[in-house]
Design a protein around this ligand. Structure first.
Ligand code: PXP
Length: 241
């Protein structure tokens, strides 16, 4: 069965809109776990737009909860991550003006930096992942960098599906990249912009083992509740190889 990781950043976005304590991402993390998600994802951004240091610290201390911390290559953020020891890290590009993570990492430019960061996390037994575009060249570089996993940026595919445009080329890039990565022994994840339809389409790719879903899932939970929405996603991912 494919795994579901739930990104709860936007619980913090709602909380921060009032500068108060409710809704608490810590409570969301516990509910998400009870509802059957396999892990939770939080992104400690340099601008602390949603998740704050204290949230990340508290969430990483919850027992029996697998936490995937998204981080940039900023040394201060890397050091915080090394201290609070999540189970997993996913390294993402960050740009202060973006609304969300807009594309994959530039692996050619950041190769040396990434090799050093990944080896630091590996020494602490923290699973590493690189958020990348679906490109064979990037899969090749990911292998050389020595990451445990890659997460393929599905934003472009999701946008094509949502706007009823042809998506077969983009889907084929994702399929080819996933196959190549798993041949190299790199575990493949997918994330960004996913909803029920795009998740269903991607769940037919055997080499994708984990889906990380945030904005749509949290938005839909306003109408139907976290339990029901997580159950629906789990059903989509059930019995898929
Ligand atoms: N995966 C990664 C690496 C991301 O940066 C994000 C966005 O924070 C997501 C998944 C989730 O994307 P969305 O909120 O669009 O579902």
């Amino acid at each position: 069965m494919k795994r579901l990781g739930v990104n709860i950043d936007h619980v913090a976005t709602i909380r921060n809109a009032r500068g108060e304590l409710h809704p608490d991402p810590l409570k969301a993390a516990k509910i998400v776990k009870k509802a059957g998600a396999d892990s939770i994802t939080i992104h400690l951004r340099e601008d602390r737009r949603h998740i704050k240091d204290i949230d990340a610290k508290k969430i990483c201390k919850i027992k029996n909860l697998l936490v995937n911390l998204e981080i940039s290559t900023n040394p201060k953020i890397v050091n915080i991550a090394l201290k609070i020891k999540p189970n997993y890290v996913c390294i993402v590009p960050e740009n202060r003006k973006e609304i969300t993570t807009e594309g994959g990492l530039d692996l050619t430019k950041n190769r040396g930096k990434l090799i050093k960061i990944i080896s630091k996390f590996k020494k602490k037994n923290i699973r590493t992942s690189l958020f990348i575009n679906p490109s064979l060249k990037d899969i090749e570089i990911s292998k050389q960098i020595g990451t445990d996993c890659i997460e393929i940026h599905t934003g472009h595919l999701s946008n094509l599906i949502k706007s009823n445009k042809k998506y077969s080329n983009e889907l084929s890039k994702i399929k080819k990249s996933s196959i190549m990565a798993s041949k190299f022994g790199i575990e493949v994840h997918a994330g960004h912009g996913l909803d029920y339809k795009s998740t269903r389409i991607l769940s037919n790719i055997p080499s994708i083992k984990e889906f990380n879903i945030g904005h749509f899932l949290i938005g839909e939970s306003i109408f139907y509740g976290l339990f029901s929405v997580i159950k629906k996603f789990k059903k989509i991912l059930k019995k898929k190889k």
